[in-house]
Write a protein that binds this ligand. Structure first.
Ligand SMILES: Cc1cc2nc3c(=O)[nH]c(=O)nc-3n(C[C@H](O)[C@H](O)[C@H](O)COP(=O)(O)OP(=O)(O)OC[C@H]3O[C@@H](n4cnc5c(N)ncnc54)[C@H](O)[C@@H]3O)c2cc1C
Length: 413
């Protein structure tokens, strides 16, 4: 009887456990999770759950009876604190040590905090279900909300809080929202969607302090201006949750560095989800390795890590994880979808619609090679372009493709 330990009881970890069972593994699977909750889905936390439309039961990743059938051993509410790959064991915060024959690391990301971020009422981050519950309890009609950081999570929270009647200011240090994610031009167009919906988006401003004694009162900028606030949401991104792996011998570089099969070095240690950095064969010509913070990738990687772990245990062949990354985001009535890697240094061409109207499709290319397709409320154009991205299509061929598929039908004879 073998033991597999999965550290991180969320999306990638759950998909790994399901795949181990469907792949025939009958030994013990121990799920170690720092949070007390059974696995839940994060995307609704800034959308339907924050809006108050969904309850806790609805954000559960799986129904309790589905999880029961997997016969997992749960260690929830206790973080892993260290890994010994020689002894093949994981130590937990309660002092327990769990031996493993195979290990899957799926610890995701920890929210970043501002250096001087005070721990007072009204100041929030948004990563966990507990974060979302605390935040939604404080947002009502007329609440003055300041969002620090115009990334996807901050902007989604801004849109949801606005729809609940709050008064929203978004502060961004760079010259446009979402620059690191999708570049300045497209980021500015998403910022304009927010402005049209009554959000005050202020870019190129630096936060000096979050103010208040027991309760937040406002945010002061480096120019001396203070913006009054009842609620402040700090949305400045996440760091891969690798602190517990320091000293383990695994290679840590903005994530756990793995090979193409998601193996971390020791034969039976695999990694999946937001914490993973791996060489994605489909984009090897533009990025040596990548770390992706998207739902679909975490789910797929959980399954691949588990399949390859079983192959390692059984001495059979492993397969690389090669994929076109995908994410979506919902902000007001804009449904953003993106396939590929929309880097801020890429050349951007609008191939359909008009960013000024809040409905468009644009393509990204690096060295004349198509690297991403971004659509705002253009599902019919984005999703079918996966093959273009997985086959190293040239920019000019991609432009010709979109010219063809967006051409008006010929007039009836
Ligand atoms: C508010 C929000 C909205 C999002 N919306 C979208 C969206 O619209 N579209 C999209 O594509 N993606 C979205 N995402 C991203 C998506 O949810 C993540 O990519 C996905 O959750 C990653 O899954 P994961 O299993 O790798 O990591 P996580 O979901 O972060 O889970 C990691 C788990 O490991 C636990 N853990 C960490 N350290 C330890 C430790 N030392 N010991 C034990 N347990 C530990 C954590 O507590 C956590 O439960 C959103 C994320 C958030 C937070």
């Amino acid at each position: 009887m073998q033991n597999i330990v999965i550290v991180g009881a969320s999306l990638a970890g759950t998909r790994a456990a399901e795949t181990l069972r469907s792949g025939g593994f009958t030994g013990t699977i121990t799920m170690v999770g720092a949070e007390t909750h059974m696995p839940y889905d994060r995307p609704p936390l800034s959308k339907n759950y924050l809006a108050g439309d969904w309850d806790e039961e609805r954000v559960a990743l799986r129904k309790p009876e589905v999880l029961e059938e997997l016969h997992l051993t749960w260690k929830l509410g206790v973080a892993a604190t260290s890994l010994d790959t020689t002894a093949q064991s994981v130590t937990l915060a309660d002092g327990a040590t769990i031996a493993y024959d195979g290990l899957i690391i799926a610890t995701g990301g920890d929210v970043r905090r501002l250096p001087n971020q005070p721990n007072i009422k009204g100041v929030h981050t948004l990563r966990t279900l507990d974060d979302a519950t605390a935040l939604r309890n404080e947002i009502t009609e007329g609440t003055r909300v300041v969002v620090i950081g115009a990334g996807f999570i901050g902007l989604e929270a801004a849109a949801t809080a606005k729809k609940r009647g709050a008064d929203i200011t978004v502060l961004e240090g760079l010259e446009a929202p979402l620059i690191r994610a999708i570049g300045a031009e497209m980021g500015a167009a998403i910022g304009a969607v927010h402005e049209r919906n009554g959000v005050n988006v202020r870019c190129g401003v630096q936060v000096a302090s979050i103010d208040g004694d027991a309760t937040v009162t406002g945010v002061t900028l480096t120019n001396g201006e203070t913006i009054p606030a009842d609620v402040v949401i700090v949305g400045i991104g996440v760091s891969p949750a690798t602190t517990w792996l320091e000293g383990s011998g695994l290679t840590l570089r903005d994530g756990v560095v793995c090979n193409a099969n998601l193996n971390a070095g020791p034969q039976t240690v695999f990694v999946a989800g937001d914490v993973l950095r791996w060489p994605n064969g489909l984009f090897a010509d533009v990025e040596a390795d990548m770390r992706v913070e998207h739902w679909t990738n975490a789910a797929e990687q959980g399954a691949v890590a588990a399949t390859n772990l079983l192959a390692a245990l059984n001495g059979t062949e492993q397969a690389p994880y090669e994929a076109v990354p995908f994410f979506w985001s919902d902000q007001f009535d804009a449904r953003i979808q993106c396939l590929g890697r929309p880097s801020s240094n890429a050349r951007v061409d609008v191939v359909a619609g008009n960013p000024a109207d809040g409905k468009w499709c644009s393509i990204y290319s690096v060295n004349d090679r198509l690297t991403a397709v971004l659509g705002v409320s253009q599902p019919k154009l984005v999703m079918p372009s996966r093959t273009l991205l997985s086959t190293h299509t040239l920019r000019e061929d991609a432009l010709a493709h979109f010219a063809r598929v967006t051409a008006p039908p010929p007039p009836a004879a």
